[in-house]
Write a protein that binds this ligand. Structure first.
Ligand code: ADP
Length: 170
């Protein structure tokens, strides 16, 4: 089944869903933007687990994803995925961004997650064009047929992304 798609504007750390996705960087050691917000609101447990993962497997490659607890957040898991830094190689960057969504959904499925929430990965400091990023995000979710995941929430923090998602989802 295709999951139901919902659009919410605001702060991902406030969203109740089984899993929220973090737009992490490859160090997994925290950063600014949505990453900073998730670690601040979720508390130190999340970073501790990120460090354990790093010690075990090294950095997280672009397009891949790892899972930790959600600490104090109203979610069960945080799925950390590393988006591509936009460098004008549209094809390569698009593939990598699609991988972020697909790999996050796959991990979520393995954890029996019914609802998962995504931020607009790579569209902040990593400067991925917002229009194209939204198209890729929606396409990957629509293509992901699952017996487990029932709902996917896109959280838009900035007005520009909100307008883009509204248009594409209507
Ligand atoms: P990246 O490095 O992947 O570009 P950023 O965190 O800089 O990551 O930005 C990714 C997206 O997250 C941007 O669209 C930004 O507006 C959004 N964002 C920033 N803070 C939050 C938050 N608290 N909740 C949801 N989205 C957020």
């Amino acid at each position: 089944m295709e999951p139901t798609i919902e659009l919410i504007s605001g702060d991902i750390t406030r969203i109740k869903s089984d899993a929220i996705v973090n737009a992490a960087n490859s160090s997994l050691l925290g950063g600014g933007g949505v990453d900073g917000a998730i670690h601040r609101a979720g508390g130190p447990k999340i970073l501790e687990e990120c460090k354990e993962i790093r010690d075990r497997q090294g950095k997280c490659k672009t397009g891949e994803a790892v899972i930790t607890t959600a600490g104090n957040l109203p979610a069960k898991y945080v799925i950390h995925t590393v988006g591509p830094i936009w460098n004008n190689d549209e094809e390569k960057c698009s593939q990598l961004l699609a991988n972020c969504y697909r790999n996050s959904l796959k991990l979520a499925e393995g954890l029996d997650v019914k609802t998962i929430t995504f931020p607009n990965i790579s569209t902040g400091v990593y400067r991925f064009p917002k229009d194209l990023a939204a198209k890729i995000a929606i396409q990957e979710v629509k293509n992901f047929n699952s017996e487990i995941i029932e709902k996917v929430i896109f959280v838009c923090f900035d007005d520009e992304n909100e307008e883009i998602y509204k248009k594409l989802l209507n």
